[in-house]
Design a binder for this molecule. Structure first.
Ligand code: R5P
Length: 299
């Protein structure tokens, strides 16, 4: 992608878009908002706030919250950009539907590939995401996937307050072992993992009990995301039962659904550290510069 002329953004992602624009030297005048209006029956209309200059475009959009509405808005924008002959890279920091990457129950749809199909259909050049749930989806997504990691930045944030010798990083399930290991290495601490099971019908999760070396230590539970908080709470209980003096939850995407933040606090979790892929009071790490680096021509 030789020259980026415009950044297309959704109002809810203006903070990231403006920071990326500054890093890449794109003038504010070349930032174009996707404006959505709705008819009384709920149907949407989408228009760009101004003319999109000639050249390549980057579209930046948080899909969460209002994921399904935002997907419609995204597709409208991509259709328009494709019709204009634009080469577009799409940045979706938290890739919604990424967890539904297979047919877990017979007859289910692997939803993330539907999203991939739609992006491919509109000729998207590359999809840039942060710490995607399962990087293996890239093989079948139909659109080039670039996964940017916030692990180093999250580690930098934690390092400011924790001592490595007194910290144990815990992966709350087998799926997060590799990222927890990388995080532990980045802060110079030891790590362990737990085994979690999810009931695919009720969604309930259980975590196997395990003896871990957390006595008197700060336990850092590291995951790609916190949704309802159940995974982290189970891990925190095990850390505390093994003598952890403090428990901190660190993740890239803190969705914190259904009062999860309060539930984590009641479960004795002392702090939550997350990125601003999702906007809330726990977004302590800004991902904008990581995204800008990934978009720099030649990167
Ligand atoms: C799935 O395995 C993910 O890595 C997270 O562990 C999960 O999405 C967290 O969900 P919840 O907070 O609802 O337990």
């Amino acid at each position: 992608m030789p020259s980026i002329s415009s950044i297309i953004y959704d109002a809810d992602s203006y903070d990231i878009a403006v920071s990326v624009s500054k890093d890449l030297g794109i003038k504010e005048n070349n930032m174009v908002e996707m404006i959505r209006t709705a008819w009384a029956d709920g149907e949407f209309k989408m228009r760009f706030s101004k003319a999109v200059e000639s050249g390549d475009t980057i579209l930046i959009m948080r899909l969460y919250p209002n994921v399904n509405d935002n997907i419609v808005k995204l597709m409208f924008a991509l259709k328009k950009l494709n019709d204009m002959g634009k080469r577009t890279k799409v940045v979706i920091p938290y890739l919604a539907y990424a967890r539904q990457d297979k047919e877990f129950l017979q007859g289910e749809v692997a939803s993330v590939y539907v999203l991939g199909d739609m992006l491919a259909h509109y000729g998207v050049e590359e999809l840039i995401v942060m710490d995607v749930h399962n990087q293996a989806i890239g093989d079948k997504l139909g659109v080039k996937l670039r996964n940017v990691s916030a692990i180093g930045s999250l580690a930098g944030e934690l390092k400011a307050s924790a001592s490595a010798e007194n910290t144990l990083v815990i992966s709350p399930d087998e799926g997060s072992i590799e990222r927890s290991k990388a995080f532990a290495e980045a802060i110079g601490a030891k790590y362990t993992f737990l085994e979690k099971h999810r009931d695919r019908i009720t969604g309930d999760i259980t975590t196997d009990n395990k003896e871990i070396d957390a006595g008197g230590k700060e336990a850092v539970i590291f995951d790609d995301m916190i949704a309802t908080g159940g995974t982290i709470i189970n891990a925190a209980k095990i850390a505390k039962a093994n003598g952890a003096s403090k428990v901190i939850a660190v993740c890239t995407h803190a969705l914190l659904l259904n009062s999860a933040a309060e539930k984590l606090k009641s479960a004795g979790i002392d702090d939550i550290i997350a990125t601003n892929s999702i906007r809330n009071g726990f977004a302590k790490v800004d991902i904008s510069h990581l995204i800008a680096d990934a978009l720099r021509p030649g990167s």
